[in-house]
Design a protein around this ligand. Structure first.
Ligand code: DHB
Ligand code: FE
Length: 280
């Protein structure tokens, strides 16, 4: 049977991807950011999953305002990096896991989560920047990835509670897959940030810390947090944090915190990162 052995969250700031691609990881500004992932890089070498179910949001790269799935699942064999305006990032093509992805689509839909099936898609910084942070510079990614894009770009995004329930359904679906697979669930985006308007550059360390604590120890209390509270406290793009609740729902009950990293600023954003594993 397939099983979920760990969860990981990280911000997916595009400037981090640009620093990585342009060889700036050792500069005074960026070194502290990339060093924050050294522990994780080492850990994942010893705990390499077969598949990462990677929850992220597309930023009008694969989708546009013409088509806006709330929840979707990538069932293709491959997902090339998207051209976000400067050409595609020079990173490997993401290899999918079509068998598990189709199984998840079937289980989720029969479990009454009507997720959109995607057979062709390019993936943007929401997915590729976390891959670079965790796996570094590689010729081929060492894991298969099942992308789960979530709409947090066009109002209305899904509620935190719905995200948490989707995570729980993903856990049930993974555990119903007969093949022995080691699966991680990742959630990307966040933390507090606002990219435009009078509050551009907003960072709320207190909110971010409280969110990290509650995500680990009291996720139930986050399920009912309204969108307006994310917007008010974490800025307009802080709403990306609802995706972390999908990861948390997929972990089951109590979890153990293996790694926490928080750094301000990275570009104009607060960067947060967690590695957790189900406890018991
Ligand atoms: C930026 C974009 C993002 O999608 C994000 O999650 C954080 C920062 C940016 O453009 O700076
Ligand atoms: Fe984003």
């Amino acid at each position: 049977m397939a099983r979920i052995t760990a969860g990981l969250t990280t911000s997916h700031i595009p400037a981090v991807g640009a620093a990585f691609d342009l060889g700036k990881t050792e500069t005074d500004y960026w070194r502290p950011v990339f060093e924050g992932y050294d522990w994780t890089k080492q850990w994942i070498r010893q705990n390499l999953p077969d598949v990462v179910v990677l929850v992220y949001n597309d930023h009008a790269s694969a989708f546009s305002l013409e088509l806006i799935p709330t929840f979707a699942i990538g069932c293709a064999d491959q997902f090339p990096p998207a051209d976000e305006g400067y050409g595609p990032r020079p990173v490997p093509v993401v290899e999918g896991h079509a068998d598990l992805a189709w199984h998840l689509a079937q289980e989720l839909i029969l479990d009454e989560f009507d997720i959109t099936i995607i057979n062709k898609m390019e993936v943007d910084h929401g997915l590729t920047v976390p891959m670079s942070l965790v796996f570094g510079k590689v010729d081929a990614w060492p894991v298969r990835v099942i992308p789960i894009p979530v709409n947090v770009v066009q109002y209305p995004p899904p509620t935190g509670n719905r995200c948490y329930l989707l995570g729980q359904a993903i856990r049930r679906a993974v555990e119903a897959f007969p093949e022995d697979l080691n699966v991680h669930v990742w959630g990307t985006g966040g933390m507090s940030h606002q990219l435009q308007g009078p509050r551009a550059g907003l960072i709320n360390r207190e909110f971010d810390m409280d969110f990290l604590d509650r995500l680990i120890h009291d996720p139930e209390s986050l399920r009912s947090m309204p969108h307006l509270r994310y917007l008010r406290e974490a800025g307009s793009e802080g709403i990306e944090l609802v995706m972390w609740l999908i990861m948390r729902g997929a972990m089951g009950g109590a979890v153990k915190e293996l790694r926490r990293f928080y750094h301000v600023p990275a570009s104009n954003t607060a960067l947060g990162h967690l590695v957790i594993e189900p406890a018991g």
